[in-house]
Write a protein that binds this ligand. Structure first.
Ligand SMILES: C[S@@+](CC[C@H](N)C(=O)[O-])C[C@H]1O[C@@H](n2cnc3c(N)ncnc32)[C@H](O)[C@@H]1O
Length: 355
């Protein structure tokens, strides 16, 4: 069957129920960025620049969704639990679910997910620095980060793909050597500190006797490849060229993905819109091409947009008509820039009955 991406308009509870028979065990990644229990109404800042004759384009505030809960925390957690409980069924055995939250409820949702997914399938709590200028608080500290909880369907089958972030100034500092092959740093090949005195055998190699960390054959091979650096006092180290290092392996602390600014090209005026770079990282860590990615609280469609650009199949659901309209327009913009000859996979719009 030829794959068609799916946009679903409606409550994700019904959407997931409807999807489950066909997509049971087929989705590799579920990323959701649901309401955070923030007590706020959110809007879309729509610009009408074409029609305005003056320099300042008109901006209209259109209400998109409410994150206010009459029944308080209890009502919110019930809402989340009902929907979270349905999601694991959809995941492949090596799949994962990433839930984007903040300080308001992340810890309550963690305990619910421990129950649903199993504590042993909890993989990471990722901290994303979402703003450079936290609001001053009357009590306590301003909040500067969001929390992304990562659970595997089955941790014994799960492993994130290696993702790297760019070298920063601090990481580049040791690469202070240079030769005709480029910048490099030195890596010890002799045991240091306690390792040195732990009974490691010393042997002679190219005129220097030392407790080498590697076998003679390995050192010979590196020598042949020009990867050994000899200092003036006849001490050897291994050269690590910057060009051979793809970047710094990403940890659970994400400080390098900047928040969306009002002036960012990708910003559509959707107040809780997340940066594409954030979704790129998640999608690259959790999937490969042609895997299915789903987002059941799609908002402005960041997940769908990145999945589309990176060759993943996708399902995006939101109950707001404004979001659905925004997602469709966002995709059309992507397709406009599609390389010649590359046919976009059309997305089917499905409406689910919320009753
Ligand atoms: C925080 S926003 C998502 C933002 C999105 N990650 C982005 O980058 O644009 C949450 C979205 O969830 C939607 N939503 C809330 N409850 C929902 C439900 N029960 N089913 C489907 N969508 C829902 C809201 O309409 C809103 O668009």
């Amino acid at each position: 069957m030829v794959w068609q991406n799916i946009i679903i308009q409606g409550d994700c509870l019904r959407a997931i129920e409807n999807l489950t028979p066909e997509y049971h065990g087929k989705i590799k990644l579920i990323y959701i960025d649901p309401p955070f229990f923030s007590g706020t109404d959110y809007s879309l800042k729509k610009r009408y620049d074409e029609s305005s004759s003056n320099d300042s384009p008109e901006i209209e505030d259109i209400k998109t969704y409410s994150d206010k809960w009459e029944g308080g925390l209890e009502e919110y957690l019930k809402f989340m639990r009902e929907r979270l409980e349905l999601m694991p069924e959809l995941l492949t055995e090596d799949g994962s679910i990433w839930i984007h939250l903040d300080f308001h409820v992340a810890h309550y949702i963690k305990t619910i997910l421990d129950e649903i997914m199993g504590y042993h399938n909890f993989v990471n709590q990722i901290i994303w620095k979402r703003t450079n200028s936290p609001k001053i608080q009357s009590k306590g500290f301003g909040s500067q980060h969001d929390i992304i909880l990562l659970y595997a369907k089955d941790s014994s089958n799960f492993r994130t793909n290696l993702v790297y972030r760019e070298h920063d100034e601090r990481a580049l500092k040791p690469y202070s050597y240079k030769d005709e092959r480029g910048r490099f740093r030195l890596i010890e090949i002799e045991a240091q500190g306690i390792q040195r005195t732990e009974g490691r055998k010393r042997y002679e190699w190219r005129g220097r006797t030392a407790p080498y960390l590697y076998k003679r054959e390995k050192l010979d091979a590196w020598w042949e490849q020009g990867l050994i650096y000899e200092s003036r006092n006849n001490r050897y180290s291994k050269k690590q060229y910057l060009a051979d290092v793809p970047g710094i392996p990403v940890s659970d602390l994400w400080l390098d993905i900047p928040p969306l600014q009002g002036s960012s090209k990708e910003y559509l005026g959707f107040i809780t819109q997340k940066p594409e770079a954030l979704l790129e990282r998640i999608i690259h860590a959790a999937t490969i091409k042609n895997d299915i990615v789903a987002d059941f609280f799609a908002g402005s469609g960041t997940t769908a947009a990145v999945a589309e650009k990176t060759g993943r199949k996708w399902i995006a659901c939101d109950w707001s008509e404004i979001s659905i309209d925004l997602i469709q327009k966002r995709l059309e913009q992507i397709w406009k820039k599609w390389p010649k000859g590359k046919e976009p996979i059309k997305a089917n719009l499905v409406k689910v009955d919320n009753s």
